[in-house]
Design a protein around this ligand. Sequence first.
Ligand code: 6R9
Length: 652
Amino acid sequence: MSQSQETLSNLLQETRRFAPPADLAESANVKADAYEEAAADRLGFWARQAERLSWSKPWDQVLDWSNPPFAKWFVGGELNVAHNCVDRHVEAGNGDKVAYHWEGEPGDTRTLTYADLRREVSKAANALLELGVRKGDRVAIYLPMIPELPISMLACARIGATHSVVFGGFSADALRTRIDDAQAKIVITSDGGYRRGKPSALKATVDEAVDGAPSIEHVLVVRRTGEEVAAHERDVWWHDVVERQSEEHTPEPVDAEHPLYILYTSGTTGKPKGILHTTGGYLTQTAYTHHAVFDLKPETDVYWCSADIGWVTGHSYIVYGPLANGATSVLYEGTPDTPHKGRWWEIIAKYGVSLFYTAPTAIRTFMKWGDDIPAAHDLSSLRVIGSVGEPINPEAYVWYREHIGAGGAPVVDTWWQTETGSIMISPLPGVTEGKPGAAMRPLPGIVADVVDDRGEPVPNGGGGFLVVKEPWPSMLRTIWGDDEGYVKTYWSRFEGLYFAGDGAKKDEDGDLWLLGRVDDVMLVSGHNISTTEVESALVSHPKVAEAAVVGATDPVTGQAIVSFVIPRGSAGGDVEGEEFLKELRDHVAKTLGPIAKPRQIMIVPELPKTRSGKIMRRLLRDVAENRSIGDVSTLADGTVMDLISEKLPSAK
Ligand code: 6R9
């Protein structure tokens, strides 16, 4: 093992352990024997998971891996995703069961049972057919978090059209690029949606995007806010065309490998890649992981994933996984602080949410806002709480468990990607003794490891690159229209292994700790240092709410650590002065060692983040190196870099 890997792997010391609650362990959906079962016969294991679904034609072969890295799962099988997510629950007598408790930001609500959903999805499917959409066509969806969003996705799946959901916050340019790349035939949008107490317009952005997108034949518009919109010949209102359709539609069975959706991931750099997911394997793994990781008991649980559906987390864990399992979910339109900072906790208490899934960025925001806000609400219904999107800092994990999980709900830190389609590495809530900050182990049926730069597994205690060693059912099948890019990006760094682009370490027990994107790893005086560990050290200081760390070119050390820190609301005192900055630098040195001491710490009011809450370190590197700031089009809030620039005169 090289010197640098040793440094990468030996910084953070975390010894807290949390065993599963006894009653959860006792009644858990998935017990420890699942690991052995899957290890003994991986394909047999996945075939048994695929039997959770209803297939109109059984498969002949579980996996065809004769042309790697192009996988075919459940070869020859046929099924329909909308039938599996909706109709079969109605047919099984669960039509009156709630699929979604929808909560609009202004406080309006709508309850959709599985029978309602079948009716709505059938009408939307008939409308798409009337508008000329056929099996295999692409449909762009640019909607806020309203029921028509999952309804549109399921309507596409019902007729075999491939959807491409684009975040409601993206610009006209970003939308046009995605429409062009997929050659979408129609766009489904709305006049607007509610965010932060105000209607925010969407239709004008679509108009601008579609003006330069010749593949689009129609724009289907949902009325949500009632704001005025410009009318074009290509426009049709949802309430005109969908409402008058027949409530009957027979779902069309498609091949297991039929394209279900394309979702563009820009990562934090570069040109967006259209990640392609198909039907049978994708639905199998989203359903299984939702059942296993959240221990879903569909009769009694109420589940809420707070993500936006425009992110893969929403696709797999608001729409496909939960509906395939017949779950009752909450769907919320707006922001966590509208009309007040306790809105989420109010929603949990109102619906008795028992399973909750959110992102570290949200958890750190709530820590910043103060413990008293969640304490004012009854959160006792929660029994499993999840995290996704970034490494969860140990302090944020412990806060989440204490203040949201009532001190006892297991935290499941779930590692996965748009490309993996479903959760890959996570604790099992009834089995795993959790460690704050660790995603722990690959799930049953998943073979992942940490390797060195030659692709050799590192021993326990070592650090390196996270790889997946065997194909998995919900893996991406390619980059839309770019097979070569697919091979090059994911399968060329290490022969025969899927390269995830993340750094990780294996602790002495062999459990996995994610360390952030390898592109973000800093090289300080010849030592690799992960941004995650320095950020976690900063966040473990009682006065720090959030921190982001980047490596900036330094004449002496090659790169030097530059940190951006948001103080906690409760910090008080002088959080700008030299003394505080010195206290923080010393705290990092004490926690991780002198090598990790930041050269510079800047106090900022906000951090630049993507819509899924990932810190855009690329932009902070521009600040740290005094460059003009690069492409900000995928920022959740375009004004953040201005706020930072105002604060730091160098950041222009
Ligand atoms: C689901 C999703 C993927 C990247 C991934 C990694 C980071 C996600 C994580 C995590 C540490 C976790 N990531 N979950 N890092 N621990 N539990 O986020 O998909 O938007 O494609 O991002 O997110 O860096 O490679 P996506």
